[in-house]
Design a protein around this ligand. Structure first.
Ligand code: ZN
Length: 90
């Protein structure tokens, strides 16, 4: 009887291991990139001029005080500075 080949486990008398197909991890390069480009905050859109006075469209942050506006989303208002958020229920 010829000696069992190296790497041939069945021939060596060991039970054959089940080989699980490894999940291939996609590298960062292969992942689809976000198509949305970052745009700078357009501060002038937060104000409207009423005569000589400026009117602020957005609410101020209660934690940060005046000068920091809350971003208005569909169902919530959020402060990007401190993370304060209010969720408006329908
Ligand atoms: Zn804040």
């Amino acid at each position: 009887m010829p000696p069992p080949k190296r790497g041939d486990k069945a021939a060596e008398g060991q039970p054959e291991e089940k080989v699980k197909p490894k999940k291939e991890k996609k590298s960062q390069k292969d992942r689809p990139k976000s198509k949305k480009k970052h745009t700078k905050v357009q501060v002038w859109k937060l104000y409207t001029a009423k005569g000589d006075l400026l009117e602020r469209k957005n609410q101020n942050c209660p934690r940060c005080g005046p000068g920091t506006f809350l971003a208005a989303y569909q169902n919530r208002k959020y402060c990007g500075k401190c993370g304060w958020a209010i969720v408006q229920q329908k």
